[in-house]
Write a protein of this length. Structure first.
Length: 356
């Protein structure tokens, strides 16, 4: 009686091993435009798929794949009848960060302290320099966070980190990164992204670029305390006008810290702070310049129109950023939602051979 049992167990183990090998097998994938890449399947849900290219995970909207590849995923992800029972009875527990309930599909706000380690890191970078604004509190961050409706912290999600200009602070205006998440959240709802922004308490923006980095990192640390897997999620940075410039600096900061930077969205941008970040922060250049850059400008923009935007693109390419898109729209110095959506969709796509 023992022999048949052992044989059955051996067969089950062999089949299980074979299935895992098939799931991780590299295969050709085609998008809706006909472009083909080689990648490994990692995981998928009803809206997105994660593919591994060159050892890195890239989330991609399912709608971008050709019909035959979507059907392949559907077959792979269809559970066996026995497994369907356990999936149906599993519910996601309440999501909380810093005592605040995080509701998928709804923007939440909470405060996160800057850790002693993070404060020491900032002090080392800043030295004796003083922030240009004396009304800020750099001991904690006021964080805005959006997670998509189908969010599961056990999966990998791309994170868009939003930054805003500090223009007007000397004239009594109070721009806020947290209050400027709207266009990015709209895109995140369609594409399945997490969006994060951070200010000083009271939604005040600091002047020193390094202080902005510290606030955003405090937000990510709070996420990691609640959802440890988020430490490895890829990021992108984005902003408009002065916030676009800071997005280049934030990208360098997080790349130097070991994060995978998918891309940087720069709307209405007339200066290249990504190159400044290479010189000042010194992130690993090969990894940082692999990030995609989307430059957006209004054709009637008198501050950062197509001509200064083209100069920023030239500067980025001289520094080694090969994947740079420059797009213009009918309008002035303003955020273009269609460009934000296009940029985030592009960032999530696996790089083409030319972009690698």
């Amino acid at each position: 009686m023992k022999l048949p049992i052992l044989l059955v167990a051996s067969l089950v183990l062999s089949l299980s091993t074979l299935l895992r090998a098939q799931l991780s097998e590299s295969r050709s994938w085609k998008d809706v435009t006909g472009r083909v890449i080689q990648a490994e399947f990692v995981t998928a849900d009803d809206k997105s798929v994660t593919l591994k290219v060159g050892g890195k995970d890239f989330p991609l909207p399912l709608e971008r794949l050709a019909a035959e590849d979507r059907e392949w995923i559907k077959q792979k992800m269809t559970p066996a009848p026995a497994a369907a029972v356990s999936v149906a009875t599993t519910t996601l527990g309440e999501l909380k960060i810093a005592g605040v309930t995080i509701k998928p599909g709804v923007k939440a706000e909470f405060e996160a302290p800057l850790s002693e380690t993070l404060l020491a890191k900032l002090k080392k970078r800043i030295g004796s320099a003083k922030d240009s604004y004396s009304d800020i509190d750099m001991t904690k961050a006021a964080v805005g966070l959006f997670v998509p409706a189908n969010f599961d912290p056990a999966k990998s999600w791309p994170i868009m980190i939003v930054s805003v200009t500090d223009s007007g602070r000397d004239k009594g205006k109070f721009p806020s990164s947290v209050k400027s998440m709207g266009s990015f959240i709209d895109a995140a709802k369609d594409l399945g992204w997490v969006v994060l922004a951070a200010d000083c308490p009271g939604n005040l923006t600091p002047g020193l670029p390094f202080n902005r980095c510290g606030l955003a990192e405090a937000g990510l640390e709070a996420m990691a305390a609640a959802w440890p897997n988020s430490k490895t999620w890829p990021i992108a940075t984005g902003g408009f006008s002065g916030g676009a410039k800071y997005s280049g600096w934030l990208g360098g900061w997080f790349c130097e810290g070991g994060r995978q930077v998918l891309g940087m969205f720069m709307g209405g941008c007339n200066a290249d702070m990504a190159t400044m970040a290479i010189d000042e922060i010194k992130p690993p250049k090969k990894q940082f310049t692999a990030a995609k850059v989307f430059l957006s400008s209004g054709k009637e923009d008198k501050i950062a129109g197509p001509i200064p935007t083209a100069e920023v693109a030239k500067s980025l390419k001289r520094s080694g950023f090969d994947a740079v898109k420059v797009e213009a729209f009918d309008g002035g110095h303003e955020v273009n939602k269609a460009h934000v959506l296009a940029a985030m969709r592009w960032f999530a796509e696996p790089p083409t051979t030319k972009e690698k």
